[in-house]
Design a protein around this ligand. Structure first.
Ligand code: NDP
Length: 483
């Protein structure tokens, strides 16, 4: 067992707050002991960030981009090592971690490295006078991560923040403390000055230190809706900028003219990847009545072929849920689905995986529900549980798809071009996919409508959320006495 300290000023810093254990969700094995940040430790992180900000914000954007570029390269070189750590820390299948988690983080660093130097202001012609705008950093930004995509989230928050000249104090979720620390080491190796990326460990209490500290200019959190509300309320006291990437209950709508195999591919990806622990998952699958039977036949057969197993086994498709509490929550929803009259079509049971007796595994589960007003259809489960709903009319399915306080994502499967565009124009979701699902390259903005969030990550949109505009008015002639 190792101790994971904090990372402040480009070096490990022994936390003096409470200690907690870090487990492998696949096996239940104890991996590490982690030191939380105390209030005094957090002040050290703030001091370090202030020093880092002086150096980093004074560097040219090209120099900043060069360092981010190098960090991206190092991440790719360390892909296998970091993917293994991520799989062990988060319980996700190693095949996913090798393909997605670190690579998508590296893509993000590379993208913002590339645009760092091309961020610019505007020149505004006022006749003789003129004005220009400068895009300036906000200052010290706080990043707060969820446990499902730990290194990806740390990259999605830090890369645009750093590219804009900010510095960051990042807190990973208590359940997945490992790879944010590793990312800090990568940044250091790439030449990031001291204090520019600091990692504090701990639970929601440390999160609250971040949301209440007057020297923090912005908080970006990925987490549940309830946590997002607390963060926004706390940030209001000092009017911090906030980016909230929160939960969802997204619809996937499969029309009668869709390519059924492709629709099944999207529905499987959008429900069972990462054991269903993905915020944008399309857990409400609306299927046109005319193709329902055929669609279900293909879906159920393909679902039964998914291998639930040891996350370390490269043939595993569906890994372990993050911990027992979460497993209990997911199984509770499965019981509730049955109680509230939904028909269990596939799965629904715990899976015992030999050699992984300490892990919590759940079969990919498909319910069909005649009603939308049942809790498994209305609430975010964050596990491998989908609900099949049936429709016949476009207007009706649109209204039902939008009938939720969430608005993170939506998917439409149809080969009718006009219908596709008509639907996405009316779907209340921050990201809509047509004939695919859950593909989130860094080039495109990602974020929620309604209670799924505020602000956007990725794409050029994230730059708006990590910088502020200064307007400069230049007088070319005298104002003269106004009175
Ligand atoms: P939580 O909301 O429980 O936690 C998110 C982070 O916030 C954790 O680091 C947590 O610390 C911290 N935190 C908890 N309370 C506070 C507080 N009062 N102030 C500041 N920080 C706090 O989410 P989960 O980690 O359980 O992640 C799952 C959720 O995240 C799901 O709802 C999912 O939909 C959402 N999510 C959203 C994404 C998006 O981009 N929209 C992407 C991925 C997930 P700790 O856990 O250590 O206690």
């Amino acid at each position: 067992m190792q101790n994971i300290p904090l990372y402040i000023g480009n070096k490990p810093f022994p936390g003096t707050g409470k200690k907690f254990n870090n487990y492998n969700p696949g096996t239940g094995d104890l991996l590490n002991e982690v030191s939380s940040a105390s209030t005094a430790d957090f002040e050290k992180a703030i001091e370090s960030a202030k020093q880092g900000l002086k150096i980093w914000s004074a560097m040219s954007p090209t120099e900043r981009g060069r360092i981010l570029h190098k960090a991206s390269r190092i991440l790719r070189e360390k892909n296998d090592e970091l993917a293994l750590l991520e799989s062990q820390d988060a319980g996700k299948p190693i095949r996913e971690a090798l393909e997605v988690d670190v690579v998508s983080g590296a893509d993000c660093l590379e993208y913002y490295a590339g645009i760092a130097a091309s961020m610019h202001g505007e020149h505004i012609n006022l006749g003789d006078d003129f004005a220009y705008t400068r895009r300036e950093p906000l200052g010290i930004c706080a990043g707060i991560g969820a446990w499902n995509y730990p290194i990806q989230i740390a990259c999605w928050k830090s890369a645009p923040a750093l590219a804009c000249g900010n510095v960051m104090i990042f807190k990973p979720a208590e359940l997945t403390p490992v790879t944010a620390y590793k990312l800090a080491e990568v940044y250091k190796e790439a030449g990031l000055p001291d204090g520019v990326f600091n990692v504090v460990q701990g639970d929601g209490e440390v999160g609250q230190m971040m949301t209440s500290h007057p020297d923090i200019a912005k908080v970006s959190i990925t987490g549940e809706v309830g946590t997002g509300k607390k963060v926004m309320a706390a940030a209001a006291a000092t009017l911090k900028h906030v980016t909230l990437e929160l939960g969802g209950k997204s619809p996937i709508i499969v029309f009668e003219d869709a390519d059924l195999e492709e629709a099944v591919n999207g529905v499987l990806l959008g429900n069972f990847y990462t054991q269903g622990e993905i915020c944008s998952n399309g857990t409400r699958v609306f299927v046109h009545a005319a193709i329902r039977e055929k669609f279900l036949e293909i879906l159920v057969e393909r679902t039964k072929n998914l291998k639930v197993g040891d996350p370390a086994d490269p043939t595993t498709h569906v890994g372990a849920l993050i911990n027992k509490n979460h497993f209990d929550k997911v199984m509770g929803y499965i019981a509730l689905g049955k109680e509230q009259g939904a028909e269990l079509i596939s799965g629904g049971n715990q899976v015992k995986v030999p050699g992984c007796e300490g892990g919590y595994f759940v079969e990919p589960t498909i319910f069909a529900s005649a009603k939308d007003e049942v809790r498994i259809v209305e609430e975010e489960i964050f596990g491998p549980v989908m609900s099949i709903l049936t429709f016949t009319e476009e207007e009706d399915v649109l209204q039902r798809a939008n009938n939720t306080p969430f608005g993170l994502a939506a998917g439409v499967y149809t080969n009718d071009l006009r219908r596709a565009h008509r639907m996405v124009a009316k779907l209340q979701a921050g990201i809509c996919w047509v004939n695919t699902f859950n593909i989130t390259p860094v080039e495109i903005p990602f974020g929620g409508y309604k209670q799924s969030g505020i602000g956007r990550e990725n794409g050029l949109a994230a730059i708006e959320h990590y910088s502020q505009l200064k307007t400069v008015y230049i007088a070319m002639k005298d104002l003269g006495n106004p009175f």
